[in-house]
Each structure stands twice: as structure tokens, then as C-alpha cells.
Design a protein around this ligand. Structure first.
Ligand code: ATP
Length: 500
């Protein structure tokens, strides 16, 4: 068996994730809950490692700017629940509350619950029509060789995602132009306090970005940042997605890593270009192969309301196992102009302008936003790492980049006798202070190596009888299975060399 692709690869990743404690369905013992996932011991560590890398490279040690000096980026941790006025200002509360379907070709929009579909079991397209208008498309169907008499009718909401490409929209002739149903207001509603009246309604944030805009003035007034500067935040976001799918790719609760970079409007295009390239390079530095990543500029019609003006939006996209020959979004880099600060200034009646002491200019900064999915990032790491090596007794292994691997080191005594466990345990007690290690004494050495391969642990150290003679241990490399002997006193230096 070689490394599978497509849906077979997805199935393997989901199965291994559950079996090895990366990711479980949420509320598993109750049959799960669609769109929610729990991270197990290995998954939590993997996710935290990715989050910590992002934080380090964004906040603690930000990139070098075009002028050769480090950028100023500070951290934030804002509330999940904010004053509901904030969501009015941001535009999240406006618009329709019903799931809507867009036609990419005719540019028309339909209420998903009013959109019906003629289905049949022939190898021909299915046809969508507006409720009560079925007859109006019979001519079109017959021309395509489909007899309406043999069809059954269902609503568009009942369609599974893989049916969308075969459906012809009400106002088009070719299949595949209808989008998935999307709710305009995807926010989860809740109530603050003991009463459940309209006055107490609040929302779980659908993005971490707005918490940053709400604190822009606080940060400016209380820290020494000057334009251009960034505010970064990692945290949960909630969207009541109409069709959660593809494992953790589209879920209803997920984590984001977002940074709002405030700059002078004249410099926005330059920073947009800078951040687009810089974010693509960052994902490559996490071990994601170049051939699976692209930067894609949004078409004008695709742009979100906040990105209509200016340099637009560019996505870092990944070739997910379910994307076929295409790609799916991993991170979006948007030029949000001064949309958010302008709206919050208007709604809160608080001045949010920036005063430049040098030019004595007063203005609303523009914003470039690199917004990445931490949960989607974990899926990318799992998909990149999964591999099959038939030459091993247990062929599945995870080739994580060593700095992201949940466990850095497995430490084993070869047998339970002759004092080997004591030596191995001492090594473990020393190294665990610096690296995530696992001490494993159960079963044969082959099984222990296989367990570590599945967990993606880059190195294993075995203490054996030769250790008693010359104080050397065996190091085994996950990726090649190669082994070599090193002095027990050099294990720490060895790891430092490989992991930093
Ligand atoms: P999509 O078009 O896939 O719905 P989006 O453009 O609405 O995504 P943004 O609002 O730009 O997403 O959010 C930034 C990042 O958050 C995305 O690039 C993605 O990685 C992540 N993200 C958004 N929605 C979800 C979701 N439902 N589940 C998991 N991650 C998500």
C-alpha cells in the first residue's frame, strides 16, 4: 500500500487522529455533535506548538520590515463576548438571517429553503428551481435529456456538498454554479445575565479581529507603539456554518490566529504585498511543501464588504486531500482599508484617528490583516505529515517537522532487567525539562518504535546492554529508520543540534 490520496487519505487521517489521540468527535460518547471536535493529548500538543510558533514569529520575534528593522507587533487576548453594538458596526449583524445560495454565473441569490432540486439516478445533471416554479425549467431539462417525470424533488438544503457540482442553477444552463448555502448571520446567539429578553442578547465572536479593533485605542494609549504597528491575537471563533464538513476544515467552533497591521493609507499596498509574501513563506517554514501551497488573489466580486476598496484580498491556499486538483483557503490576507475603525468610530462615537507627531497629520489608519486558521493549520500539518512506508512492520507514520512534532523524543530501556530502566528513566527525568519526551517500557522495541512513528516523534533513544559497557545509547531517526550510537552524555547536545 502506498500513500493514499483524496478521500482515502482523508479517511486515514481521521481514523489515525482518533486512534492515536490527535482529534476526536466532540461529545463522542453521545454520538458526536456536527461541526465540533475535541483535541486529544497529541493533537493539543501539536496545535499548541503551531500556535506558539505563530506567536513567537509574530509577537515575540516579529519579522524584519523592508527598512531592515524589526516590525512592532504586540499581543492581545480579548473577550469572546463583546457589546452587541460591535457586531452591528462590523456588519456581522446586518443582512439576511436565512441561508442563502449564490449563483456564480447569473450573480443571482436565492433563499436556500426556497430552492428545490429535481433529482434522479441517471448520470445526468440535476436541476434547481424556485419553489412553485418547477414547470418553468421542464423545457431546459428535456433538452439536456432529463425527463421531469422520473425525478423526485428535494430542497437544496438536503443536498450533500458532493451534489453541488452536478446541479444546474435556476437561471443557468451548466451545472456547478451554485454555492453552498451560507447564512449571512452565522453568529451563535446567547443571553447575558439571568433574563432572556432581547435586551440581554449577545453573540459569540465569529472572528477574533473585531476584539483587536475595539482595543486599538487602548493599545495606542497604553503602549509605545507608533504607526506602522500590529496587534495579534489567537483564540476561539464560532460560526454556525450551514454545512460543516471535511473534518476540522469547516467546523462551527475553531481557532484563529489573526493580526491587524495598522499603517498609513499611502503605504497600504506595499504592506499588503509584504504580508502576502511573508505569510506564504511562513507556512513553508513550518514544513508545508511548496508544491501544495499557492497565493490566490480574489476576484472583485468575491471580495468581502470590508475589502471592496484598496488592494483587495489574497489567500494562502493549500491542496487539501478533498480539494481534488484545486486548493482551499488556509489563511486570508486582506486590505481592510479603514472600514472597521471608521465604523467603530461612527457607532461608538469615540475618536479613533491617529495623530502623527512628525507630520502633524490626523487620519484613520488602514489595515492589512493576515488571518490564519489554527484549526485548518493543524489539518494541513496532519495531511502533510501522513505517510506510508511498506518496509516497516507498522507502515503508517507522521512526518511532522521536528519543531512542531507533539513529542520530540521517545526514551526506551531495551529490557526491564539489568538496571536498564533506571538509566533510561534518569535520562528521561533530565530531558523532559527541555523537550516533550515519552518514557515507554511496554512491549517489544519494534512496537515501541511503531507507536512513536504514528505519533510523529522524530527521535527515539534506546538504552541497551552496550550502554552498561560504554555509556552509549542508540538514536533512531523516524524518517529513515536509521540508527546510530551516541554517548549518553551527548544526547542533550544532539537534540539541541536538531531541534534548537
Ligand atoms: P471560508 O471562505 O473558508 O469560509 P473565510 O474567508 O470566511 O473562510 P476568514 O473570515 O477570512 O475565513 O477567517 C480566517 C481564517 O479562519 C480562514 O482562512 C480559515 O483558516 C479559518 N476559518 C474560517 N472559517 C472556518 C471554519 N468554519 N472552520 C475552521 N476554520 C475556519
Amino acid at each position: 500500500m502506498s500513500r493514499p490520496t483524496g478521500s482515502a487519505l482523508m479517511e486515514k487521517i481521521v481514523a489515525l487522529s482518533k486512534r492515536r489521540g490527535f482529534i476526536y468527535p466532540a461529545s463522542d460518547i453521545y454520538g458526536g455533535l456536527n461541526g465540533f471536535w475535541d483535541y486529544g493529548p497529541l493533537g493539543t500538543q501539536l496545535k499548541n506548538n503551531l500556535r506558539d510558533r505563530w506567536w513567537r514569529d509574530m509577537v515575540e520575534c516579529p519579522p524584519i520590515g523592508p527598512d531592515g528593522s524589526p516590525l512592532q507587533i504586540v499581543g492581545l487576548d480579548s473577550s469572546i463576548i463583546q457589546n452587541p453594538r460591535a457586531w452591528e458596526a462590523s456588519g456581522h449583524l446586518g443582512g439576511f438571517n436565512d441561508p442563502m445560495v449564490d449563483c456564480r454565473e447569473s450573480k443571482r441569490r436565492y433563499r436556500a429553503d426556497h430552492l428545490m432540486v429535481y433529482r434522479h439516478d441517471k448520470d445526468l445533471p440535476w436541476f434547481a428551481f424556485m419553489e412553485g416554479e418547477g414547470e418553468s425549467i421542464h423545457k431546459k431539462m428535456k433538452k439536456a435529456g432529463v425527463n421531469p417525470e422520473i425525478c423526485t424533488v428535494a430542497t437544496y438544503l438536503e443536498m450533500s456538498a458532493d451534489a453541488y457540482p452536478r446541479i444546474v442553477g435556476p437561471d443557468t444552463k451548466v451545472p456547478g454554479s451554485l454555492t453552498e448555502p451560507r447564512q449571512f448571520n452565522l453568529m451563535f446567539k446567547t443571553f447575558v445575565g439571568a433574563t432572556t429578553g432581547e435586551d440581554n442578547v449577545a453573540y459569540l465572536r465569529p472572528e477574533t479581529a473585531q476584539g483587536i479593533f475595539l482595543n486599538y485605542k487602548n493599545v495606542l494609549d497604553t503602549s509605545r507603539v507608533q504607526l506602522p504597528f500590529g496587534i495579534a491575537q489567537v483564540g476561539k471563533a464560532f460560526r454556525n456554518e450551514v454545512t460543516p464538513r471535511n473534518f476540522i476544515f469547516r467546523s462551527r467552533e475553531f481557532e484563529q490566529m489573526e493580526m491587524e497591521f495598522f499603517c498609513h493609507p499611502d503605504q497600504a499596498e506595499m504592506w499588503f504585498e509584504y504580508w502576502s509574501q511573508s505569510r506564504l513563506a511562513w507556512w513553508q517554514a513550518q514544513g508545508v511543501s511548496k508544491k501544495n501551497l499557492i497565493l490566490r488573489q480574489h476576484d472583485k466580486e468575491e471580495l468581502a464588504h470590508y475589502a471592496q476598496e484598496g488592494a483587495g484580498t489574497c489567500d494562502v491556499e493549500y491542496r487539501y486531500p478533498f480539494s481534488g486538483d484545486g486548493y482551499g483557503e488556509l489563511e486570508g490576507i486582506a486590505h481592510r482599508s479603514n472600514f472597521d475603525l471608521g465604523r467603530h468610530q461612527q457607532f461608538s462615537k469615540t475618536k479613533l484617528e491617529y495623530f502623527d507627531p512628525q507630520t502633524r497629520e490626523r487620519f484613520l489608519p488602514h489595515v492589512i490583516e493576515p488571518a490564519a486558521g489554527l484549526s485548518r493549520g493543524v489539518l494541513v500539518l496532519l495531511a502533510e505529515a501522513y505517510d506510508v512506508d511498506e518496509s516497516r512492520p507498522s507502515p503508517e507514520l507522521m512526518r511532522f517537522h521536528p519543531h512542531l512534532a507533539p513529542l520530540k523524543l521517545g526514551i526506551f530501556p531495551l529490557t526491564k532487567k539489568d538496571g536498564l530502566p533506571d538509566i533510561a528513566e534518569k535520562l528521561f527525568m533530565d530531558l523532559r525539562k527541555k523537550y516533550t519526551c515519552q518514557f515507554d517500557i511496554k512491549q517489544g522495541i519494534g512496537k515501541r518504535y511503531a507507536r512513536m512513528d504514528e505519533a510523529g516523534t522524530p527521535f527515539c533513544i534506546t538504552v541497551d546492554h552496550t550502554t552498561l559497557e560504554d555509556r552509549t545509547v542508540t538514536v533512531r531517526y523516524r524518517d529513515t529508520g536509521a540508527q546510530e550510537r551516541i554517548a549518553i552524555d551527548h544526547v542533550s547536545t544532539f537534540l539541541h543540534g536538531h531541534l534548537g
